[in-house]
Design a protein around this ligand. Structure first.
Ligand SMILES: Cc1ncc(COP(=O)(O)O)c(C=O)c1O
Length: 439
């Protein structure tokens, strides 16, 4: 018998979530032939962006990590809220440009950049983080022939260890990201490169995502800060002007609210690295952040119908339309990516009674497609809806197209005294779209 979890007993659900679900039913967004969708809280995004901006000192540049949620409408919301964009691939770069970000609002961090991608970013003047010494050679070759207004830096790996999730921890001894600061003579090689190339002016670090404690994040940023100080002292002038401290603030998926908050994070940074935000310090740095999950995770929810229920070997099983295609990590690594799920009737009433342990299975044709296992929650019936909380980040960008299951439709919503208004963010994929993907 596997352990029972109770993340299905989410009964004190925020009123706005219920309102949005009920309006989606009333306005026909959820119906017989459209049994699942994603709802994005547009005002929530603006509020979260504001709390980020207020937590950090004025002048900090905040770039939304596009990988967390790359829809153009979402990117436009981020831009209108005053954020920039961090992009980690050539297509993400083009999406950011299409969303209207100016080159100076974009940071390019792709781990594997072709020569053409390097040149495009540098010609546009986009901030650029070099991943390794071979990439440095290519950048230097370009810079010897052309000029660029890009801020250019090194991504370092401070090699300080992992958080709770190995696959999203990027500062381990052997991580694939950046330049290992403690390996061989890398530190000296970085300092020498800065001496040789006066256009290197940034140190970048991103310790990891999801489950890296704030103490680990600040330790990584301390390493980047110390390196910047050493470079500037050695060169005897403030060549390193920018510190890009990455993203990675963890999100509490077990309850509503921001824990830790951006403010908590800034307080920890001030405590651990007092000179980081000190305008009277000998060298001062413009800070860039690259948060994804902490900005968008809590501002979306995925809703889907239960199509059937059954009993198997004494286990209650609900067959839903939400599965591995959209809760990919939840299905594949359930121990790390568990999500709260609330149950609703077909009429949109929250269910709170008849608690039983049950599995919620998705539509994909493999036995492991379970978004909840042995979960104690109100007994689900055919025709009910489930609401999966906090699905704004890394769900639509991690879509898994097994069984040719299509991308979900996504709607933004706003609530006013006149009710709930929806705006289409993505129509999802039609049958024709899926067929054209495989044609
Ligand atoms: C370089 C870089 N910056 C920012 C992020 C965003 O991290 P998060 O969404 O956890 O804030 C990532 C995530 O992989 C990353 O690799």
């Amino acid at each position: 018998m596997c352990y029972k979890d109770n993340m299905g007993k989410t009964f004190n659900i925020a009123k706005y979530k219920r309102q949005a679900l009920q309006a989606a039913l009333q306005q026909g967004l959820l119906q017989e032939n459209s049994p699942l969708l994603v709802l994005v809280n547009q005002q929530g995004i603006v509020d979260t962006a504001n709390s980020l901006q207020q937590a950090f000192p004025d002048g900090t540049r905040h770039c939304f990590a596009v990988k967390a949620n790359p829809y153009l409408e979402i990117l436009k919301l981020m831009r209108n809220a005053g954020l920039g964009a961090e992009v980690a691939s050539a297509p993400e770069l083009e999406l950011a440009l299409q969303a209207g970000f100016s080159p100076k609002q974009i940071v390019f961090d792709a781990p594997v950049k072709t020569q053409a991608e390097i040149e495009r970013a540098l010609r546009l003047g986009i901030a650029f983080n070099i991943d390794n010494f071979q990439e440095l050679v290519r950048v230097a070759q370009f810079m010897s022939q052309y000029s660029s207004t890009s801020s250019i830096g090194f991504r370092i790996n401070p090699q300080i260890g992992a958080g709770a999730v190995a696959s999203t921890s990027t500062a381990t001894l052997t991580s694939k990201f950046g330049i290992g600061l403690n390996d061989e003579d890398n530190r000296q090689k970085i300092i020498n490169a800065c001496k040789q190339y006066p256009w290197i002016n940034t140190i970048h670090v991103h310790v990891g995502s999801v489950a890296c404690p704030v103490s680990l994040m600040t330790q990584g940023i301390r390493a980047a800060f110390d390196l910047a100080e050493e470079i500037n002292q050695t060169l005897d002038h403030p060549q390193i002007k920018h510190l890009d401290i990455g993203g990675g603030l963890p999100v509490d998926f077990e309850q509503d609210g921001d824990n830790p908050s951006f403010k908590d994070y800034v307080n920890a940074l001030k405590q651990q690295i007092p000179a980081l935000f000190d305008a009277s310090h000998t060298f001062t740095y413009q800070i860039t952040t690259e948060f994804g999950r902490a900005i968008i995770a809590k501002n979306a929810m995925t809703i889907g119908r239960i199509e059937y229920t059954k009993q198997m070997g004494g286990r209650q099983i609900a067959l839903s339309h939400i599965g591995v295609q959209t809760l990919t990590r939840t299905v594949i690594e359930p121990e790390y990516w568990k999500r709260r799920i609330s149950a609703f009737t077909s009429q949109g009433q929250l269910k709170t009674e008849h608690i039983v342990a049950q599995d919620i299975a998705g539509p994909a044709c493999f036995a492991g497609d379970l978004i909840a296992r042995n979960r104690e929650m109100p007994r689900l019936e055919a025709g009910d809806y489930i609401l999966v909380h906090d699905t704004g980040s890394y769900h639509f960008s991690n879509h898994y197209q097994y069984n040719a299951l299509p991308h979900l439709p996504v709607y933004g919503f706003t609530i006013s005294k006149n009710g709930v208004t929806f705006k289409r963010i993505s129509k999802g994929q039609s049958l024709d779209d899926v067929i054209s993907d495989y044609s």
